[in-house]
Ligand binder design. Structure first.
Ligand SMILES: [Fe+2]
Length: 309
């Protein structure tokens, strides 16, 4: 089925631009892209930008841009959205210019997230360069990365109808994990290219529309070095180094200056043959690690005390 090709960019509204520049460029190793009227952009590859950072009070995701292969395919998706009763707005010339795309239509997903469907996402004029990474970010056919969106009060049928039936994504797998007596983390993972998932959706108890955005690097040493930089800067760590059961990403989670997390990972599983893919069901999110920092600190402290006796 015709559908979106990849996650091209995200737009965040943040209260502190300076903190975000330090976080993106110095800690994560992204490249400062360009200044905008109310913020700046960050690059992770040859594209004009991947994250647009705008000054504002939300401290949350404000838009996700998904690229579509051609005008004809975009027209088909728009027709599907409209026949399902979803409002579609054609962007004006100012927004097209600001997003550096050829065409842009916007709609809203069932959780109220702004979704921008685009063609012709521009490249930058200069080669990508990171001051911090030994390798680079893994993008290409897999797009900018993946994001996990929260779905309080929205049924799985409702959001799958949007992301699978209308945008044309495919289910990768599900994870239902008991995190406390009677409390479950219930997540479903969707792909639209070889990246194991581009969007995951779940009823996660966070006050924002996004739980985290994942960026992947090509050199495993860059995960460790980013971890070191975040620790040295006292950037709050949300989950320590670990590996997920489903996409086998080796990663850690750091809090952004806006409170939602960034997963910094390496070695994620690829879906090379979508036709042969079997949808998996997991009852644990992690095969190891991804602990709370408090728990790790307590264990390390207890070990030190034991060694002292
Ligand atoms: Fe993730």
């Amino acid at each position: 089925m015709t559908g979106i090709k990849e996650l091209a960019y995200v737009v965040y509204q943040v209260s502190d631009l300076m903190d975000w520049e330090h976080f993106g460029v110095t800690l994560l190793g992204m490249q400062f892209g360009h200044k905008t009227p109310n913020g700046f952009s960050l690059r992770t590859d040859q594209k004009a930008y991947r994250w647009l950072i705008e000054q504002g009070p939300a401290d949350d995701l404000v838009a996700t841009g998904f690229e579509v292969d051609s005008d004809a395919e975009l027209d088909l998706i728009v027709a599907r959205l409209q026949s399902a009763g979803r409002e579609v707005t054609v962007a004006d010339a100012d927004l097209i210019r600001a997003r550096r795309v050829e065409r842009l239509v916007s709609t809203t997903d069932p959780m109220g997230n702004r979704v921008e469907l685009i063609t012709g996402f521009a490249d930058a004029d200069t080669a990508f360069e990171s001051r911090a990474l030994l390798g680079g970010f893994v993008t290409g056919a897999g797009g900018a990365g993946h994001e996990v969106l929260t779905t309080p009060g929205v049924t799985r049928e409702t959001y799958l109808e949007f992301y699978v039936d209308l945008l044309g994504m495919q289910i990768s797998d599900t994870i239902v994990e008991k995190i406390a007596p009677g409390v479950y983390a219930d997540l479903i993972f969707l792909h639209c290219n070889p990246r194991h998932h581009t969007v995951a959706l779940g009823d996660v108890p966070v006050p924002r529309s996004i739980h985290h955005f994942m960026v992947e690097v090509s050199d495993i040493r860059d995960v460790g070095r980013a971890w070191d930089r975040c620790l040295a800067a006292h950037q709050p760590i949300e989950m320590t180094l670990g590996m997920h059961t489903n996409d086998r990403m080796f990663s850690f989670y750091v809090s952004s200056p806006s409170g939602f997390a960034v997963e910094f990972g390496w070695g994620g599983l690829l879906i090379d043959d979508p036709a042969a893919w079997q949808i998996g069901h997991f009852d644990m999110r992690d095969s190891w690690g991804h602990e709370s920092p408090t728990r790790v600190a307590e264990s390390l402290h207890a070990g030190t005390m034991k060694g002292a006796h």
